[in-house]
Design a protein around this ligand. Sequence first.
Ligand SMILES: [Zn+2]
Length: 270
Amino acid sequence: MPLAQFRIFSPDEFDVYLNSSVFSRTVKIIQNHHTWRPGYSHLSSQRGEMYWLESMRSVHINDRKWSDIGQHITTFPSGNIALCRPIDLVPAGIRGANTGGICIEHFGNFDLGADQMTDAHRNCIIRLNALLCKKFKLQPNASTIVYHHWYDQRGQRFSEEKINSGLVGNEQKSCPGTGFFGGNTITAAQNNFFPLITEAMKDQATTPVVQPKMKKVKASALNVRSGPDKNSPVLRVVPKETELAVYQERDGWSKISNTANEWVFSNLLI
Ligand SMILES: [Zn+2]
């Protein structure tokens, strides 16, 4: 069979691609991995995204003896999403979770103290998981969205207690990283990752076609966050008097973009 043709999309383009595609395989599990190496520092103008896709494929074919690149999708610090192995083929991702699985590799090393995930990458990872959940009618939880770290080399999943206690550490790789959305345990995923995906699924379901309300920043500086709560990361800070378009309001928070997840505290607007 000919090798897969790599295609690189923006998240919006990937959304269109996914919605217009029909797949014959039933997908029940979304695997999240990090590449670990190569990581952020390996990307350069000479060695860009396409270079590293080919490089990963070459390692998978020559060293691991697989028929093609192992993962279906690779995400990049730029926020780009690369389609790799055809989605209708079973991936080579996690033994024990490949049947019915989609394998995503996030380009970078997300162990604590290693690569600092860019905002574009973070938003792309959340959105991609949300798009796949919607496409394959999955609710984000620890059975549908899984980490490599939760499985042993033979394809057995560790017990939830063992994963959450951190005792898996010495037996299995840390993938997708000890710093991936607050950690690689099930508890960390439930607290920090799944809620963002659930939120992103809602936003896409109700993409508003409304006229935004124009408001002004009354605080001296206002944090723009990736979700409607004070624990969501700050994407940027806008100064007093800035005019913002509010597209949606929820629980005292205002959404200031109709495409991206950008929220500000409503009390600081007039
Ligand atoms: Zn992995």
